[in-house]
Ligand binder design. Structure first.
Ligand code: UTP
Ligand code: MG
Length: 614
């Protein structure tokens, strides 16, 4: 039994089923034989337990009843007692041994299935599209991938097998009881319908309460995760007390729901205990009457008193287990909600050019809105770019600049109009190809908590030599910064290493894109504001990066965009001005002219101030 014998990936999309039990059964895929073996081991263990009671009866009727003369195999009393004792020990060994074996197999199955499930979920989540990620809370996703997967693990290792064990114990013991005395056996399960009714009711209640509880747990982890990520904002606004208050409120709600869940849970046990207690007592009295009337032997009565406990115990535990099983069912639904999501096809294009793109881009009447938004974010956008040209996008915040450039790598699908790339509809290219050909310096650059070297060479799909990385870093004007760190290129970024400034992060990203060497470049610089020197350096790095590539550059400063071949001024998703700097600057009272005037005035004032300060 070794987990490495199984492929570590399994496509759980094939396990989707509206009936959760069917779905859970499908999830076990390759592990089913092991699970069945686990169930069989349990059966053997259960039978050994019942056999013990038969041995007891035999012992009581043949020895205790004083018929020592009729000992079998002509054994003397001592030998006979030793044989009986050995028999009990043997049965106990079989019972314990097989229970252990079954537990091992169940654990193996549970760990194996959930290991694959985790691998699958990680893989699957990576392949979902942007709109899924932007509308899903990270905390909730994490919750589903950890706590819910764990609930399934418990379901497979304890509850599912537990239910099997209990049903087996019940069946084996009931058949055994029937062989003792039919009337007594039936009398002993008279309360079964009541117990079942109670169980069904509790199952429904607890399922609902458990759902509520998990939901609130997700709220809490989202709050926690957001606060950890946004700790700077919280501190900057000295808003800790508000956040703490909010967390406490959410936590109180979790406490309330958890309490409700546990109370319901703990009510089940005494209630069923009460019913079964009466049942047990009635059975003992009935059995005693039968013994007094000599309808059954004392040995049978003794065996009955032991066995009936093992008949009622499963009934009671079945209820409890079924109730616990609801956790597994709820988690199944929660995980399947992720599994159900359609993946973003990466290699769905009809055309896959062997070489790189030339980079001619034509937008024809393109409109776009986000799947979860109601208003159009882009309206009838039309423009043309020749290979190697630079397009600058200007416009107030929220005017749709980032949305426009994000259409190129097919992060989102546009509704109307057409985008042609080298004369071919953009939708005919596979996403994978496009993303290889397009390099984006994001508006909010993200670096992984890995070394700077790994961050620069990230996702290039080939081994990158050290000198290549250095050359890229030099071109991106970040080399000097990097070697000033204690571990140079091996310096870790983030939690366990250095924290890079916004400008530094941006330049690391530029170095990465330089290495990627894409045909189309997108530089989304809407918000970053760096000092003059750094800006000049970044601009120089950018100019190097732009050479020979079709470039989209989003910036707020006129200086950055002045040299562009085409400037698009956006306002509320519409192109309000289009042309080169020369063409736009002569349009009096236009947005572009106003921006130019304001920025030159500010720059002049700044210069005067600086010269006065000197
Ligand atoms: P953009 O993100 O395209 O604006 O959002 P922008 O021009 O780049 O703005 P800055 O300069 O970076 O600030 C355009 C519109 O699309 C909506 C936004 O609310 C905004 O009104 N939007 C953006 C969405 O609805 N969903 C998104 O995922 C992103
Ligand atoms: Mg933007």
């Amino acid at each position: 039994m070794n987990l490495t014998n199984f492929s570590t990936y399994y496509d759980f999309r094939s396990t989707l089923h509206t009936n959760r039990l069917v779905g859970l059964w499908r999830m076990m895929a390759d592990f089913r034989p092991y699970y069945l073996l686990a169930a069989i081991s349990l059966a053997v263990s259960a039978m050994a337990k019942t056999a013990g009671f038969f041995l007891l009866r035999y012992f009581a009727d043949n020895v205790l009843a004083g018929t020592g003369s009729s000992l079998p195999f002509s054994l003397n009393l001592t030998q006979f007692l030793i044989a009986i004792a050995l028999g009990f020990m043997g049965l106990a060994l079989v019972e314990g041994g097989f229970a252990y074996f079954s537990g091992r197999l169940a654990a193996f199955t549970a760990e194996g299935v959930t290991r694959r499930l985790r691998n699958f979920l990680f893989d699957h989540i990576q392949r979902l599209n942007f709109s899924y990620h932007s509308k899903t809370k990270t905390g909730d996703l994490i919750e589903r991938c950890t706590s819910d997967v764990d609930a399934l693990r418990r379901f497979f290792s304890q509850q599912a097998i537990g239910v099997g064990r209990i049903i087996l114990l019940f069946v084996v013991n009931f058949i055994a009881l029937l062989s003792l005395h039919t009337g007594l056996a039936w009398f002993s399960i008279i309360s079964l319908p009541f117990i079942l009714l109670i169980t069904v009711w509790f199952f429904k209640q607890i399922t609902k309460r458990y759902e509520d509880y998990q939901e609130q747990e997700a709220v809490l982890s989202t709050t926690l995760q957001e606060n950890l990520t946004g700790v700077r904002v919280v501190k900057a606004f000295a808003n800790q007390n508000y956040e703490i208050g909010k967390f406490e409120k959410d936590n109180l709600e979790k406490f309330r729901r958890g309490k409700l869940l546990l109370i319901t849970h703990s009510l089940y046990w005494p209630l069923s205990q009460f019913v079964l207690g009466i049942q047990l007592l009635a059975g003992y009295i009935f059995g005693a009457l039968l013994t007094i009337n000599a309808e059954i032997t004392v040995g049978t009565y003794l065996a009955y008193s032991g066995m009936v406990i093992w008949l009622l115990w499963p009934i009671q535990n079945l209820g409890r287990l079924i109730v616990d099983t609801s956790a597994g069912m709820v988690s199944y639904t929660r995980i399947m909600a992720i599994t159900k999501q359609i993946r973003e096809p990466l290699s769905d294009g009809k055309v896959s050019p062997a070489g790189p793109l030339k980079g001619e881009i034509v937008f024809e009447d393109v409109s776009f809105k986000y799947s979860d938004g109601s208003a159009e974010v882009l309206n009838s956008i039309s423009f043309k770019v020749k290979p190697g040209q630079t397009v600058a996008l200007l416009g107030s915040t929220g005017s749709g600049k980032t949305s426009l450039v994000n259409l190129l790598p097919r992060f989102h699908e546009y509704s109307n109009g057409k985008i042609m790339l080298d004369g071919v509809d953009l939708k005919d290219y596979s996403r994978k190809y496009l993303r290889r050909q397009i390099g984006i310096v994001e508006q909010e650059p993200f670096l992984f908590s890995r070394s700077i070297r790994e961050n620069i060479s990230y996702g290039l799909g080939r081994d990158i030599r050290g000198d290549e990385i250095e050359a890229a870093a030099k071109a991106a004007a970040i080399h000097e910064d990097i070697i000033s760190f204690p571990d140079g290129y091996s310096t870790l970024v983030g939690e366990r290493g250095v924290t890079l400034s916004g400008g530094q992060k941006q330049r690391v990203t530029i170095a990465r894109i330089l290495l990627k060497n894409p045909r189309i470049l997108i530089f989304d610089d809407s918000t970053s504001s760096v000092d003059m020197d750094t800006e000049a350096e970044i601009r120089a790095a950018l100019n190097r990066l732009m050479e020979g590539r079709t470039t989209f550059i989003i910036a707020h400063r006129i200086q950055t965009v002045m040299n562009a071949d085409l400037i698009l001024v956006l306002n509320k998703g519409n192109i309000v001005q289009k042309g080169s700097h020369k063409e736009l600057i002569v349009q009096k009272d236009s947005i572009y002219r106003q921006m130019f005037d304001i920025q030159t005035r500010i720059d002049e004032e700044l210069e005067i101030e600086v010269s006065q300060a000197k």
